[in-house]
Design a protein around this ligand. Structure first.
Ligand code: FDA
Length: 304
């Protein structure tokens, strides 16, 4: 049943027509609990509040299904405005970008130009950029963009390692000089490239985290999984790994009490703060990960 629901929501997440409809709809279906508003000012206000609790942010101006240049250029302009807003407001935040949002599915060079333009501004202000990883067909193009941006603006960019991919450890070893966010993986992938069994994904996830904590430059442990968080807390203690070498990350609106608690315990903590009108795909993937998130929907629908 859980697998059926997961596939159901992942299929919905790829539906362009529903995505377009949802944009007209405003923040509905419970999405407002996990999306920090539809405009930059609301997102900056949310981040200010997180900063007051000792939590930093990474901000994602939501956007998917971008298949024409005008849309990709508009997305790039919006992201540049976000970089300006972070700088002007002085909030503690970096940015997360999905390469497909700025043209990866249209043309690689066009996308790279867009990311480089964002990186130029971010570099000027010292604002870090994380290139989010999407599905398998975009994995290697995203690594290429990572390398190209790093060559021009050293240290300003990092990316994500998704534990469900068979090649995840090879990629982790190759990119361990970058700041890396390690996650389990959120997209629907075939068995020839990815583990599909949850126990296998979890085991690989722990293996990657341990390797990264011991060898990589900086590790973002991005999970809501309390068992794995407890394991990592024990692991860093046993191996005398200082708090400057890693952080925990979670998504906005999920396990908020645990987020505050980890920050209070003295761990670096970053909350992933998505905002914007294009919330549909993001929200469907969250429902796929944890069908209990449906409770968010029913609560919103019936509390009206
Ligand atoms: P998982 O969903 O496996 O849950 C494990 C257990 O934790 C559950 O069984 C439950 O007991 C508990 N739990 C989980 N959520 C809970 C909740 N809300 N309340 C109570 N208990 C809960 N993916 C990707 O492909 N590319 C990317 O770039 C990113 N980026 C990213 C950034 C950040 C900050 C995060 C946290 C995640 C991502 N992801 C991602 C998503 C990631 O790949 C993954 O799909 C989700 O984090 C879900 O997996 P978890 O490790 O959180 O736990």
């Amino acid at each position: 049943m859980a697998e059926l629901l997961k596939n159901f929501f992942l299929t919905l997440s790829n539906n362009r027509t529903l995505n377009a409809g949802a944009q007209k709809f405003g923040l509905k279906l419970g999405a407002q609990s996990v999306v920090a508003g539809t405009n930059i000012d609301e997102a900056i206000e949310t981040i200010r509040h997180l900063n007051e609790q000792g939590i930093e942010a990474t901000i994602d101006n939501l956007g998917e299904f971008v298949h024409d240049r005008a849309e990709a250029t508009a997305a790039k302009e919006q992201i540049l405005a976000v970089v300006e807003a972070i700088h002007a407001s002085g909030v503690q935040s970096h940015i997360s970008i999905k390469p497909s949002q700025v043209g990866l599915d249209i043309d690689y060079d066009f996308c790279l130009e867009n990311v480089l333009e964002i990186a130029e501004k971010a570099y000027e202000y010292g604002i870090f950029i994380n290139l989010d990883q999407e599905n398998y067909s975009r994995l290697h193009p995203t690594f290429s963009i990572l390398e190209a941006v790093h060559a021009k603006y050293p240290g300003i960019v990092g990316t994500v390692i998704q534990a469900y991919f068979h090649e995840a450890m090879d990629n982790l070893e190759k990119y361990s000089d970058y700041r890396l966010r390690i996650v389990k993986g959120a997209y629907k992938e075939p068995a020839d490239v990815a583990y599909t069994d949850k126990a296998d994904i979890d085991a690989n996830y722990v293996k990657l985290l341990e390797y990264s904590l011991l060898h990589a430059k900086y590790t973002s442990v991005a999970t809501h999984d309390h068992t794995i968080i407890a394991h990592i807390k024990k692991f860093v203690k046993e191996h005398d790994i200082s708090n400057d070498k890693f952080e925990f990350q979670m998504l906005y609106g999920f396990r908020s009490d645990m987020q505050k608690e980890l920050a209070k315990e003295g761990y670096h903590f970053t909350t992933y703060v998505p905002f914007g009108e294009d919330w549909y795909g993001y929200f469907m993937r969250r429902l796929a990960e944890r069908p209990q998130n449906l409770a968010l929907v029913t609560k919103q629908v019936f509390n009206k």
